[in-house]
Design a protein around this ligand. Structure first.
Ligand code: SF4
Length: 688
């Protein structure tokens, strides 16, 4: 094991590792004394420059929590759990899997990879699904956040990842943040944006239905309606064209489909766009001119763009804007999707997706399939697998058994009443996790896995940087490293493996994934943090993609995207739009952050933000408990009356199981990326 250990006074050592929360991937030291983590220190690194946000500073607090799972559990008929041995757990799982495979075929079994687990663990799980079970039914929670990014950016550019690096945003002339709240979700990236504005004179455009913290630093703030992103961006592009601010040379040399795209913008006049977005036409024009005149302009977005039934078209619109102005393939520009989880980028890279093999290689390409079949000594499945959302819809029907590694769909899925009903229709559910999450509570078998501090492996951050996670403390009780659990599943299913160490898995990934080819265990262990694509062991990695107009797919492709109304609009009975998001002190489904005393001391209870006009209209006072209802469910929650949100819209952070916003959200999907429309549904509010 490679550990950077610095002896301090007494017996404290510092172990360098990667933050387990957001996709920024800050480097930090865990302070370890007597096999306990007693604190955290930031590392001075290219990503975080010796700083951490409050989640990073407190990321050790859940590790030694008494709620940790320490032994495999089996659910009895009365719903209680009995501790069982690993032997018994493996025997039950494999017996069930083989039974279903035999009786209903391999596609009756499905797997969720984990964007919290390492690349190696996700690589092994997708390999187990494909090689041992014979199904492509493997997906991860990118489906619920950035699936449209992968689909959209592959279509436009040929690669579905963030095009530029975190540090580059600091030197952009103009930064356009749309559908992202980085001071809460990616604080160390937000710091770079604020630094660019305050210290380097960058101009900031913020488009968001809520006056998020960054709006205070913005030259122009565009409070557009949820679900109106395409109209806004199309309107801005029409202004850019009308004022001859497009980059003609770039368009002619490096792109295709421009004329058709240009024609498609004709109807997006400022008046038309202003009506759809609810934003003053003059402000839209001002933002467009600012963006169009910039020497270097960076586009930054997150789930405000992707979590719509038009998620892919939203992403494509932003790709159009970057190509139109030549802001791609250059330093401090680009299309920059901020990934939510520590390793959601990596989980996708290594193939925990139902329609691509590791490294985004096509499962339909004959040469690729032959290569993998020879390497893995198997026959690969020929049919695309189901996505997370489709697997849940098919639970109890096509899907009989589900294996979930480190995900918590009982809080994260939309329309939770339906999700719960579907998950309970499964014949067999296995959950591998570190706590008895809401999902683990309904599992048949629960396997105790490892936290980030108890294992080795790699995470890939939002800027494609592969970083080492190092073991700092021993595992609790009989818990196991997650990669060991999957390796043992392989072996007990009759498949011999030769993995002695996590490095063997990383080296196999490098062999089979051209984008990771030069990212060997030896290099990573030495402390090299390499950004893919890295085609060979001497390549330094790639700071920004598509340099000099050389798009991964050849030419950049303009696309035609038209405004489409959200799946559910407010109506007489449900007159308000609900939009959801995240807050600084919580993470995802709270399985980790609710066990951090420091974060909970700061974290507010669940709340709904309401504009003063709506509060007056519905007789609601600040701080009052209210009922929020949609056609799918209802919750009781505290009202916060604030003019930070537009009239007609309410906002709820979705982390809290006790007032789960996802009981209300709609499960309408983007037809291509199959992401749910978390950002818009119709609700009513009633004072209690
Ligand atoms: Fe961790 Fe993200 Fe905060 Fe950095 S910005 S410390 S990666 S949560």
């Amino acid at each position: 094991m490679s550990v950077i250990t610095i002896q301090q006074k007494g017996k404290t050592k510092l172990v360098q590792t990667t933050c387990p929360y957001c996709g920024v991937g800050c480097q930090l030291y865990l302070k370890v004394r007597n096999d306990r983590i007693v604190g955290v220190l930031p590392v001075t690194d290219a990503v975080n420059e010796g700083k951490l946000c409050i989640k990073g500073w407190t990321c050790h607090e859940f590790v030694h929590h008494p709620d940790r799972l320490t032994t495999p559990l089996k659910r009895e008929d009365d719903g209680t759990f009995t501790p069982i041995s690993w032997d018994e757990a493996y025997d039950i799982i494999i017996k069930k899997f083989m039974e279903y495979k035999e009786k209903y075929g391999p596609d009756s079994i499905a797997f969720f990879g984990s964007s919290k687990c390492t690349n190696e663990e996700n690589y092994l799980l997708q390999k187990y699904a494909r090689v041992v079970i014979g199904t492509n039914n493997i997906d991860n929670c990118a489906r619920l956040c950035h699936a449209p990014t992968v689909t959209g950016l592959v279509y436009a550019f040929g690669s579905g990842a963030m095009t530029n690096s975190i540090a580059e945003v600091e030197n952009a002339d103009v930064i356009f943040v749309i559908g992202s709240n980085p001071t809460h979700q990616h604080p160390l990236y937000a710091r770079r944006i604020i630094k660019a504005v305050l210290e380097k004179g960058a101009k900031l455009i913020v488009a968001d239905p809520r006056a998020i913290d960054l709006a205070e630093f913005a030259t122009i703030y565009l409070p557009h309606n949820p679900g109106s992103d395409i109209a806004l961006v199309n309107g801005m592009m029409k202004v850019i064209l009308d004022n001859n601010l497009e980059d003609r040379e770039f368009i002619e040399n490096f792109t295709e489909n421009f004329e058709e795209f240009k024609e498609s913008l004709n109807k997006y006049t400022l008046d038309y766009v202003s009506k759809i977005t609810g934003v003053d036409a003059a402000l839209i024009k001002e933002a467009a001119l600012l963006f169009g005149k910039a020497e270097s302009a960076a586009i930054v977005y997150a789930m405000g763009i992707t979590q719509h039934i038009v998620g892919v078209s939203n992403v494509l619109s932003l790709a159009n804007l970057a190509m139109l102005t030549g802001n791609i393939g250059k330093e401090s520009t680009g299309v920059n999707p901020l990934r939510g989880h520590n390793n959601v980028q990596g989980a996708c890279d290594v193939g925990a997706l139902p329609d691509v093999l590791p490294g985004y290689q096509k499962y339909t390409d004959e040469k690729t399939v032959k290569f993998f079949e020879e390497k893995w000594k198997c026959t690969l499945p020929t049919k695309a697998g189901l996505t997370v959302t489709e697997i849940i819809n098919q639970a109890g029907e096509q899907i009989k058994a589900l294996y979930i590694m480190g995900e918590n769909p009982m809080v994260s899925e939309p329309n939770l009443n339906k999700t719960e009903k579907k998950l309970k229709e499964l014949d067999f559910l296995v959950v591998q996790d570190i706590f008895l999450t809401e999902t683990a509570q309904i599992a048949d078998i629960v396997l105790p896995g490892s936290s980030f501090a108890e294992k080795e492996g790699t995470f890939t951050n939002t800027e494609r940087r592969v970083q080492l996670v190092r073991r700092a403390v021993p595992l609790p009780g009989k818990a196991k490293e997650d990669w060991i659990i999957i390796k043992e599943l392989f072996e007990r299913s009759g498949y011999k493996t030769s993995y002695r160490h996590i490095g063997d898995v990383l080296d196999e990934m490098a062999e089979v994934m051209p984008i990771y080819r030069g990212i060997t265990y030896e290099r990573v262990k030495k402390g090299e943090y390499i950004q893919w694509p890295c085609p060979n062991p001497t390549h330094p990695g790639t700071k920004f993609l598509h340099a000099n107009g050389k798009f991964s797919r050849g030419k950049g492709r303009f696309s035609i995207n038209h405004h489409l109304e959200p799946a559910e609009r407010p109506n007489r009975k449900y007159p308000l739009v609900l939009t959801t998001g995240r807050i600084l002190f919580e993470f995802h489904t709270r399985s980790l952050t609710k066990r951090s005393p420091t974060l909970q001391a700061h974290a507010p209870e669940p709340f709904v933000e309401i504009n003063p006009d709506d509060a007056f209209r519905f007789h609601i006072k600040d701080g009052q408990k209210i009922k929020v209802e949609s056609t799918r469910g209802e919750i009781t929650i505290k009202a916060i009356v604030t003019d930070k949100i537009k009239p007609g819209i309410v906002f709820i952070p979705w982390h809290y199981a006790e007032a789960a916003a996802n009981l209300l959200t709609i499960d309408a999907l983007d037809p291509q990326a199959k992401i749910p429309e978390y950002k818009v549904c119709a609700v009513k509010i009633t004072p209690l």
